[in-house]
Each structure stands twice: as C-alpha cells, then as structure tokens.
Design a protein around this ligand. Structure first.
Ligand code: SAM
Length: 293
C-alpha cells in the first residue's frame, strides 16, 4: 500500500496512484456529491450532524433539518451503485429534554426514494452524558439500506468469535461434529463498540468521531476490494481510513478545513504504517467482578 502514496497535493485533494484512490475535499457535500458520477459508490457510510448545536452546525427547526437531510440523501441515492448500500448513522435530536430519534424521522425519506432497509443496527457504547431526568443514552443506530435485492453482503470477513466454538451436534448424522462455523458467528444487529472519547487510541480534535472498527465492519461486509466508499460528512476521515485500510477507494468531504487537514494526515499515517486504530473485533474491557459480601 505504501507504494500508492500521493506525491502531489493540491486543493486538499489527495490523489493516490493505483491501486488506491482517496479523494478528500474541503467542500459542501451537495456540491461535492454533484461532482461525482452516478451509481459510482458501493457504500455510502456517514454520520450527519444531529441538529443539536455542535460547533460544526447551526441549530435549526427539525423541519428545515429534515429538508436539508433529504437533499443529501437524494444525492447519495443518485451516487449509489445498484448493488450498493447506504449506512446512515444517527442518534437523537434533543430539545428541552425531549428526544427526537433521527432514524425514525429520516426513515421515510429513504423509503420514498425506493431503498429497502436491511438492518437497523443498534450501536451501544459505554460513555456519554449522565442524565438526571431520563435514562442516560448509550446507543445510537445505523440504518442500513440497499438499492435493490441483489446487494453485496460478505459475512465471513466480519464474523465474530463464537461463544461456544467447541459445541457439537448431539444427534443426527453430524453427531459429535462441531456445530458452529469455524470462522465464527454473525455479529448480529447489536454492536458493542467503544465510542471515541478522551482516552480512546483514535481520539482527535473532533467531538464525535466514528470508531474506525465500526466502519470497517460495514466496509468489509458490504463492499469488495477495489469498490468505492463515500462519506459525505467525513469529519476527521474515519470512513476513509477504514476504506483504504481494507483496499477500497475513499471519497469524502467536510466543510471544516481543520477536520479535512486531520483526515489527510491520518491517511498519510495509514499509508506510512504509523496510524493506530482500535482492532475491529477487540472485546470491550470488562472490569473484574467484586465478590458481593
Ligand atoms: C457527526 S460529524 C462526522 C464525524 C465523522 N464520522 C468522523 O469520524 O470524524 C458530522 C460532520 O459533518 C460536517 N458537515 C456538516 N455540514 C456539512 C456539509 N454541508 N457538507 C460537508 N460536511 C458537513 C461537520 O463539519 C462534521 O465534521
């Protein structure tokens, strides 16, 4: 992969020589996506702003927010390959203590464009705000849609270790033989992956990064080597890292120059072998149980 590193950099676009391409730009995503060829992306994986007033967004009404999201979704669908997938990762909009789950608000926008929901993945994590008048939120969701019924889904590269790998059939023609798949089991639609908070190995100067391992699972499961992966709200480039690390081409944009600069640095580090990421299937740390007295 090292041989594919860019030698030229202009307008914040990195152009890698074959076999891998990374087109990362500081640009509004509608503008960026309109410049790309229709049906060219096998996976569009992203986490948009939640309209909660983070530094990089302007808080607005939910109606306007959903209209803005609809425009980005429509452009993403135009770019989606017929066998491709869109994964829209969202949490809640919160207003005066009331929560508005964005997946519920956005689902119909994808359906109106003919997409089919394959999974509503629940991503659980351990860290976040401690709420006083409701239960503390410790999950968000990923809506995984496909354009058609004939879509890429590779289970083997994303299997996780079986709980009882030695378990055997106890009757029938396979009696005595190991019953579970030696490659592991389906990771299910509930993913327990640490979110990127202060002492996470991937933590950078961005308030809500994707863990690279989360995107890797989608990249490996929903694309093949050499496919194109796009993140239209790229932030500090976690999706691009996950794509390039696994031999896919990466496309992405963000409106904040500092984030794009960090994304480019991460890609350079990936290519020279110095980037550290949390391994995709590393188990979550469990504190030892204290004996109850
Ligand atoms: C939830 S963050 C995504 C973080 C990203 N997943 C990562 O791992 O770094 C949303 C990002 O969308 C960017 N953004 C907001 N509006 C945008 C627009 N119109 N076009 C491109 N990027 C935008 C913000 O600057 C922010 O970095």
């Amino acid at each position: 992969m090292k041989s594919s590193i860019a030698t030229s950099q202009s307008r914040n676009v990195l152009n890698f020589r074959k076999p891998l391409t990374a087109q990362i730009e500081c640009r509004d995503n509608l503008d960026f996506m309109r410049s790309l060829k229709k049906e060219s992306m096998k996976l569009i994986v992203t986490s948009p702003p939640y309209n909660i007033g983070k530094d990089y967004e302007k808080r607005t009404s939910n109606e306007i927010y959903i209209e803005q999201q609809s425009l980005a979704i429509a452009e993403a669908v135009r770019l989606l390959h017929p066998e491709g997938s869109i994964c829209w990762q969202v949490g809640n909009h919160v207003d005066d203590g009331e929560i508005f789950p964005l997946d519920i608000l956005l689902y119909q926008k994808f359906k109106d464009l003919g997409l089919k929901l394959r999974n509503r993945i629940v991503w659980t994590f351990g860290h976040g705000l401690h709420c006083q008048k409701r239960f503390s939120g410790r999950h968000e969701t990923i809506l995984w849609f496909t354009k058609g019924d004939d879509y890429t889904f590779n289970l083997d590269p994303i299997r996780i270790p079986s709980k009882y790998p030695e378990k055997k059939h106890f009757k029938g023609p396979n009696k005595g033989k190991v019953s579970s798949n030696p490659l592991g089991k389906n990771p299910t639609d509930v993913w327990d992956i640490p979110n990127v908070k202060s002492n996470h190995v991937e933590k950078l100067d961005h308030p809500c990064q994707f863990p690279v391992g989360l995107v890797e699972r989608l990249v490996l499961g929903l694309t093949n080597k050499g496919d194109n992966v796009l993140d239209p709200y790229l932030g500090v480039g976690s999706s691009a890292v996950a794509a390039l690390k696994n031999g896919r081409h990466a496309y992405g944009c963000d409106i904040v120059r500092d984030y794009v600069d960090i994304a480019q640095e991460r890609i350079e580090m990936l290519l020279d072998g110095s980037l550290r990421t949390r391994p995709m299937n590393k188990p979550v740390y469990q504190p030892p149980l204290r004996d109850e007295q």
